[in-house]
Write a protein that binds this ligand. Structure first.
Ligand code: NAP
Length: 251
């Protein structure tokens, strides 16, 4: 199937102001995509990122929204469409952790993580698919986690949300394949961001010892995998989960 160039297509990245989202936004910009930078609390970082993206020669704008909130997501997509046009690539990246053993986990810890990590993807994907269906072209890329594949003690809420992302992705892939829309997930292992930065040095060393390539990953490692799924030429890959984990899981 003939494919248009990636240039002038718009990518919306949720939680883009920092960490993996920031690296994803920059990598997509380097590949010629305009970028809608969603943030919730990190307004200043979002402004800085927009300038860094514009310096790469594409368009970018910051958009504030808590993506776990359906009404805010509807408003977000309205603003994005008015400012930059329809969304062609959606990256469901926003996420949080509230780690504790199940016996101590409160319902609010469960709800907060499921809302931020999984309901957010439902909210944004439903909106984005309206634009993508009209264009008969689209890419939905969601950030899962290796713990969504393996589980992890102390992360029942987080692992459930990330496993949910995988089932959600595969279902979207099946529903929308005939409309030129692919849906894929990237499952990072242990990546150096503020989400993992709070861990003590001995914990980091213990984790590193279990990574075959021998080091913790960088946000850019994840970003290149996301860009791979976003590219126009990769239209025959859908419903996949790509682990970016230095060989930690190999499953
Ligand atoms: P991070 O540095 O803590 O950044 C989290 C991002 O999510 C921030 O930009 C934050 O935005 C955004 N966010 C959280 N809740 C939001 C909401 N309700 N609405 C909008 N934005 C929201 O974490 P990270 O490591 O970059 O994680 C990014 C994604 O990768 C997450 O889905 C995470 O689960 C996943 N992941 C990370 C690792 C890892 O080792 N780091 C491993 C596997 C998977 P604001 O700052 O603007 O509020």
């Amino acid at each position: 199937m003939a494919e248009q160039a990636n240039e002038r297509r718009l990518a919306l990245v949720t939680g883009a102001a920092r960490g993996i989202g920031r690296a994803v936004a920059l990598e997509l910009a380097k590949n010629g995509f305009d970028v809608a930078v969603n943030y919730n609390r990190s307004a200043e970082a979002a402004e800085v990122l927009v300038k860094d993206i514009e310096a790469l020669g594409v368009r970018a704008r910051p958009f504030k929204a808590d993506v776990s909130d359906r009404a805010q997501v509807e408003a977000l997509f309205k603003e994005v469409r008015e400012a930059l046009g329809p969304v062609a690539v959606l990256v469901n990246n926003a996420g949080i952790t509230r780690d504790t053993l199940l016996m101590r986990m409160k319902l609010e810890d469960w709800d907060a993580v499921l809302s931020a990590n999984l309901t957010s993807a439902f909210n944004c994907t439903k909106e984005a698919l309206r634009d993508m269906s009209k264009a008969r072209w689209g890419r939905v890329i969601s950030i899962s986690s290796v713990v969504g594949l393996t589980g992890n003690a102390g992360q029942a809420n987080y692992a459930a949300s990330k496993a949910g992302i995988i089932g959600f992705t595969k279902s979207i892939a099946r529903e929308y394949a005939s409309r030129g829309i692919t849906a894929n997930a990237v499952a990072p292992g242990f990546i150096d961001t503020s989400m993992t930065g709070a861990l003590k040095e001995e914990v980091r060393s213990a984790i590193t010892a279990q990574i075959p390539v021998g080091c913790i990953g960088r946000p850019e490692d994840v970003a290149r995998a996301v860009a791979f799924f976003a590219l126009a030429e990769n239209s025959y890959i859908t419903g996949q989960v790509l682990a970016v984990d230095g060989g930690m899981t190999m499953c």
